[in-house]
Design a protein around this ligand. Structure first.
Ligand code: GLN
Length: 266
């Protein structure tokens, strides 16, 4: 039984390329070839709804056309293509992503989200597609030279992230100031309200490049795996996405998307 004609698939792919705007509605993915609808890969009427927090460049950010762009948007688009689905992206607070998954508002999260045992109690993670590192941003000339120097300091983090969790565990809640996104934490650092920011390395590089007088410490705080999150029990989608990620790793798509945004160093 034919699932999607090539023409149909390219239409869906072309449609989904246009679909990276927040909350845009999906084009129809209805098969007009007369193929058996029940045989089509379907999730929420042929549209994969991804949640993210678009303040995490280069994984996700709002581009000059007010659309969500970046590594995760492109990987999700490629996953949706593998599944024969259109992609819709919803931009929301990082803290809201797991609840949105559990309530069924979204189907999948790609948000530079780290796999952690605590999150695994609430959601399932796919195969990992990238590595992240928690790093420390300080003003140039800061006395902080490594994680050992963070004791007693005021650390800015994005609320609900692993940086937040680790710093709270290691240095105490009183020393951790939560911001709703990384940009606000970095702005507070620039304004001298906090001593450092703990955040993932790639957004850190973007924020340091965009603000004078900041640097990233050489010592890595924690190394992590990023994966897509799916609601617990949604094994059908989970298996399909794992298979898609496998294919996209094997055929080099994921590596080339990452290389497009993160030029190899050295
Ligand atoms: N990797 C971190 C986490 O999962 C931060 C993700 C983010 O801020 N988008 O908590």
């Amino acid at each position: 039984m034919k699932k999607f004609s090539i023409a149909m698939l390219s239409m869906v792919l072309a449609g989904s390329m246009l679909l990276t705007g927040c909350g845009n509605s999906a084009p129809s993915t209805k098969d007009d070839t007369g193929a058996d609808d029940a045989q089509q890969p379907q999730q929420t009427e042929g549209t994969l709804i991804m949640g993210t927090n678009a303040t995490f460049p280069p994984y996700e950010f709002v581009d000059e056309n007010s659309e969500v762009a970046g590594i995760d948007a492109e990987i999700a688009n490629a996953i949706a293509g593998e599944l024969g689905m259109a992609l819709e992206i919803k931009d929301m607070e990082f803290d809201s992503l797991i609840p949105a998954l559990s309530s069924g508002t979204i189907d999948i999260v790609l948000a530079g989200m780290t796999v952690t045992p605590a999150r695994q109690e609430n959601v399932d993670f796919t195969e990992s597609y990238a590595t992240g590192v928690q790093v420390i941003i300080v003003p140039e000339g800061s006395s902080i030279a490594s994680p050992d120097d963070l004791e007693g300091k005021t650390i800015g983090v994005q609320s609900g992230t692993t940086g937040d969790v680790y710093c709270t565990d290691d240095y105490g809640r009183d020393h951790v100031k939560q911001y709703s996104n990384g940009a606000l934490a970095v702005a507070a650092l620039v304004n001298g309200q906090i001593d450092c920011v703990v955040i993932d390395n790639e957004p850190a590089k973007n924020y340091v490049a965009a603000n004078q007088g900041l640097k990233i410490l050489d010592t890595e705080y924690v190394v992590e795996d990023y994966a897509a999150a799916i609601a617990k029990g949604n094994t059908e989608l989970h298996e399909k996405v794992d298979a898609a990620i496998e294919t996209l790793k094997e055929n080099g798509t994921i590596a080339s998307i990452i290389a497009k945004y993160i030029p190899a160093e050295g």
